[in-house]
Write a protein that binds this ligand. Structure first.
Ligand code: ADP
Ligand code: MG
Length: 355
């Protein structure tokens, strides 16, 4: 996920779509309200769609989740002055300080996910992400990758999420290199929390799509939501998948945030084992019930690559994975393969054993 800037682009459209009995299975021909808005927040364009509610309710719910997004964006931004920055500066000192309520849920959840991923998803490596230059808005300013010697210095004492300790109502860090950067799953946490907020308003059919990463509840006029998965090489849609009920679809790709130096691209998903951008994968798509887990897993499986994704997916409790390898082969587990429809020409498929 990208936290590069914040512009509020508000496009308000409340559309009434004729509910055709033959297509959607609706019992009357009354129009079904479709509320649709797009806003730029958390470094990406977020589309909110709510189906079948009165427009006043949808607008009220949308205003509430917009506040949520703004709060989370401001509080969790990895390099702006905020609560996270304060926590990071205190963690480095090793001294005990009061639990930070705005950051605590992220720490607790990511400690579990990081452990499950065997440390591949590691939000404690903010210093490494920063060393690569990804803690700035404009990546065009980066001329070259960091010195290998600087990477090796950080790798020697690489922080882990378990280096954040708790004692009663206090917390402290035990590694002076620790720097929390939740860029790998904050978008998922934000999508979960805003979907829960929509549910509190009584909304049953909605989708929150944050730049192709989304959680959908209910259906779209009685039919599943159809989701496009981006082609990691070139424009257009690589594959489509249908979701309904309550499911999240998250993709991590090497095309999201990167800089170029001497004709080589360096992207922002760093392998904590090597200190370098993970280089075996083009993209990974994960379907899971909660968005935070899907987001963290997409990042972890991207790093795990074609050899190790199955083992890590199992450990993280993930049931649907599609990994597009560096050579273009598509690795999937059988239940994912049943759900995926390729839009571009059929790729080489490597089917795994079940998850
Ligand atoms: P995207 O959805 O943009 O493809 P990800 O969800 O994979 O990206 O998150 C990438 C971001 O996660 C980076 O910008 C950085 O902030 C952070 N990050 C990079 N490497 C790791 C890692 N190994 N573990 C956890 N977070 C990481
Ligand atoms: Mg992620």
């Amino acid at each position: 996920m990208k936290f590069n800037f914040y512009i509020s682009l508000k496009i308000v459209t409340t559309i009434f779509i004729a509910c055709l009995v033959s297509l959607s299975g609706c019992s009357s021909s009354k129009p079904v309200a479709e509320f649709h808005e797009t806003v730029f927040t958390m470094g990406t364009l977020v589309e909110v769609t709510i189906i079948g509610e009165k427009s006043a309710l949808s607008e009220k719910a949308y205003a509430a989740i917009l506040d949520d997004f703004n709060y989370m964006h401001n509080t969790w931004h990895p390099w702006k002055p905020n609560a996270l920055k304060r926590v990071n500066s205190l963690l480095k000192t090793g001294a005990s300080f009061p639990l930070a309520p705005s950051i605590l849920p992220l720490i607790k959840k990511s400690q579990i996910l990081s452990e499950q991923s065997q440390g591949l998803f590691n939000p404690a490596i903010g210093q490494l992400v920063k060393l690569w230059g990804f803690h700035q808005d404009n990546l065009d300013e980066i001329i070259e990758p960091p010195e290998d010697s600087s990477i090796q210095v950080l790798l020697k004492q690489l922080p882990k999420m378990s280096d954040v300790k708790f004692k009663g109502l206090s917390m402290f860090g035990i590694n002076e290199n620790i720097q929390l950067d939740f860029g790998g799953f904050a978008k998922g946490v934000a999508v979960d929390s805003t979907i829960e907020h929509l549910k509190e308003f009584g909304i049953k059919n909605a989708i929150i799509n944050a730049g192709g990463d989304l959680r959908a509840i209910g259906t779209k006029n009685g039919r599943p939501w159809r989701i496009g998965i981006r082609n990691p090489r070139g424009d257009g849609v690589f594959a489509a998948v249908e979701v309904s009920g309550d499911e999240s679809v998250f993709t991590s790709g090497d095309y999201e945030r990167y800089f170029e130096s001497n004709g080589k691209q360096y992207h922002h998903i760093i392998d904590p084992r090597t200190g370098y951008p993970a280089d075996k994968t083009r993209s990974v798509t994960v379907i899971h019930s909660d968005a935070a887990t899907a987001d963290a897993a997409a990042t972890a499986l991207f790093i795990a690559g074609p050899e190790k994704w199955h083992e890590i997916a199992k450990a993280m409790g993930i049931k649907y994975v599609m990994l597009i390898a560096g050579n273009g082969d598509v690795h999937m587990n059988p239940t994912m393969a049943k759900r995926i429809e390729f839009i571009i020409k059929q790729p080489v498929i490597k089917l795994s054993s079940p998850l």
